[in-house]
Design a protein around this ligand. Structure first.
Ligand SMILES: [Zn+2]
Length: 222
């Protein structure tokens, strides 16, 4: 609550009344933030042209208690990706990334790794637009992983025992991994550590795009 200052990526904007905009952004410090930028559609305004989709900026905003929408006070442009928006396929891809983040990220829930990953993907698309589809697949996988939607394939979801290479673990129809004792032997059995036997296996994930995502990605997202 109160005044916050953080780095942000603009995901989407909507017109509001005559001169205002609602801006949805992913922030480094506070996760998904929605707010009103008063006067931002006037010709002369304190935000300039910074509040456009996929712009990277520093924002200062004020949040009142029990109010979902914050009020944007100041912005400082770090990087614009305006030139990408003229290509229809790139624009569709970027809008899809924004949709996924809005859908999967709870508001005001900081996730610094997600923020860095999205920033790196935007940079990668800006550097090499032909790699758009590959980068989108990378983005999908890491978004699911960072928001906790991919199952943990290293531990039993019931007793938290670490999966062992010497014993079979069982993947249930709920896509959760259980040890032999917790599963009662129900589900698809596999030996953890034998590569490629499950889509959640660490040998298979993450989709490695080393060299394409600029800030490195071996076992962790950038
Ligand atoms: Zn167990």
């Amino acid at each position: 609550m109160g005044l916050s200052e953080t780095e942000a990526l603009v995901l989407r904007t909507y017109n509001l009344a005559e001169a205002d905009k609602i801006v949805v952004c992913l922030t480094h410090g506070n996760g998904l933030v929605r707010g009103v930028a008063r006067g931002s559609r006037r010709l002369r305004n304190r935000f300039g042209a910074a509040l456009e989709p996929f712009t990277q900026l520093y924002i200062t905003y004020y949040q009142k208690e029990n109010h979902d929408l914050v009020s944007f006070r100041q912005v400082e442009l770090i990087r614009s990706h305006f030139h990408l928006l003229s290509d229809a396929e790139t624009l569709t891809g970027l809008s899809y990334m924004a949709d996924l983040v809005i859908e999967f990220s709870p508001p005001y829930h900081p996730n610094a790794r997600l923020f860095r990953m999205m920033k790196a993907c935007l940079e990668a698309i800006a550097t090499s637009p032909p790699d758009l589809q590959t980068i989108l697949r990378y983005f999908e996988v890491w978004l699911l992983k960072l928001e906790g939607f991919l199952p943990d394939t290293k531990r039993c979801c019931e007793c938290q025992a670490r999966a062992s290479e010497n014993d079979t673990a069982f993947l249930g129809s709920d896509l959760l991994l259980r040890c032999r004792s917790c599963s009662g032997g129900e589900g698809n059995g596999f030996i953890p550590g034998a590569s490629g036997e499950t889509p959640g296996n660490t040998e298979v994930w993450p989709l490695c795009l080393c060299g394409r995502i600029p800030t490195g990605c071996e076992q962790d997202p950038p």
